[in-house]
Design a binder for this molecule. Structure first.
Ligand code: GAF
Length: 387
């Protein structure tokens, strides 16, 4: 949908007059999976698709929320926005962010009419929820002149996810949605939030996203289970070497300490995290050198480790990745995001992209009975007002 059409929808719902338009993107992570909540490195890019927020302040004391993607609409008194509604309500992502402003003493002094529309496929593991949180934060901050910087909004958005959606996520998704830059990937140290914007010059290749259309939901407990397993690994190691996060260990150190972890499952989870952090560091070096072949190998290694050690892939993601790797022009292929369904990301030579989409799609459907969807990724900017 174009902005013009969205504005027409807004006026249909809320009446004629001026409204402001904001946008925040979804993300695709190139490498560095399940490392963010371990103080490690990630390497995501903001996408050109995301969530739009149209907003007009009113002179009453409630906020009206509608989404063109959802049936349920909400009308909530500002003073009552403090706690989540029942689990699963889309509005929780929005209310969660408003509640963070309020906790900081930034209370909206009047109501607003708000309309959302997103073109990030839901459940595709491309951060539709982070884009909704960040667009809310950017819009509320600017409309009410709260003066917070973009990083504060990113942090509010992550807290909203923790407190209003119950997913104890790291900061990668909200950071990418808030801080992304066109044609760049973000090399982020999740321990201290230092970052570098790395130009993505893929001469002769494209980033292809494959949506398995196998619903991915992180609020079903599996994601939080992985977070807890990493905490358990830290606890087992700490009597010998005090660490706050697994990200403090390099693979050699981990090797000498790993026998402190009795449980084989926990040991494998930790091994994934520590090796994945090293793979991410190496991948950034290789991308800067223009060595796509090596970058692709590291992507493959990432997927294999997420499949075998971290166990977050599953039949659909593995099937799509296996099919992708059979295509001659595939440089690397892996799952992206939290896993348990969702999407894959592949680096594919230009002249093979069409072939890739056709053949991977065909094999995937034959083996899973599900029709996948493919997008050639365009790397866009982070959240901002667009009109
Ligand atoms: C999800 C989370 F929201 C991120 O914080 C990150 O942990 C990712 O899964 C896995 O890398 O998208």
């Amino acid at each position: 949908m174009q902005v013009k059409e969205l504005k027409a929808e807004f006026e249909k719902l809320y009446g004629q007059g001026v409204c402001h338009v904001y946008f925040s993107p979804g993300r695709v992570n190139l490498i560095g999976e399940h490392t963010d909540y371990n103080g490690g490195f990630v390497f995501p890019c903001a996408l050109s698709f995301g969530t739009y927020c149209l907003i007009r302040k009113t002179d009453n004391n409630y906020i009206q929320l509608r989404s063109l993607n959802q049936d349920k609409t909400y009308k909530l008194l500002l003073e009552e926005i403090n706690n989540p509604l029942e689990k699963g309500n889309w509005a929780n992502y929005v209310l969660g962010v408003i509640a963070q402003f309020k906790k900081d003493g930034l209370i909206p002094d009047c109501g607003a009419d708000v309309l959302f529309w997103g073109n990030v496929p839901n459940g595709a593991g491309l951060s539709s929820s982070a884009s909704l949180e960040v667009v809310t934060g950017v819009a509320i901050n600017e409309e009410y002149n709260f003066g917070k910087d973009q990083l504060s909004i990113v942090k509010y958005s992550q807290k909203a996810e923790h407190e209003f959606a119950g997913v104890m996520c790291g900061i990668m998704d909200q950071f990418a949605s808030g801080m992304g830059q066109k044609d760049h990937a973000i090399y982020l140290n999740c321990d201290n939030l230092e970052y570098e914007l790395v130009p993505v010059n893929l001469e002769g290749a494209k980033i292809v996203i494959g949506n398995t259309n196998s619903p991915h939901s992180l609020d079903e407990g599996k994601y939080n289970e992985r977070v807890a397993e990493c905490r358990a690994a830290v606890k087992a190691i700490s009597p010998s070497k005090m660490i706050a996060n697994l990200g403090e260990l390099c693979p050699a150190e981990f090797n000498s300490l790993k026998n402190l972890i009795d449980d084989d499952v926990i040991r494998r989870r930790a091994r994934h995290v520590i090796n994945e952090i090293e793979r991410t560091q190496k991948a950034v070096v290789e991308l800067k050198k223009g060595n796509l072949k090596e970058f692709g190998q590291l992507m493959n290694g990432s997927h294999d480790s997420l499949r075998d050690d971290y166990e977050v892939t599953g039949h659909e993601l593995d099937t799509m990745v296996d099919a992708a790797r059979k295509i001659e022009g595939t440089i690397g292929s892996r799952m992206t995001g939290g896993g348990f369904g969702g999407s894959t990301v592949s680096l594919v030579k230009d002249e093979y992209v069409e072939d890739f989409i056709e053949k991977v799609g065909k094999e995937y459907t034959e083996k899973t009975g599900i029709v996948g969807e493919f997008y050639v990724a365009e790397i866009g900017d982070g959240g901002k007002r667009i009109e």
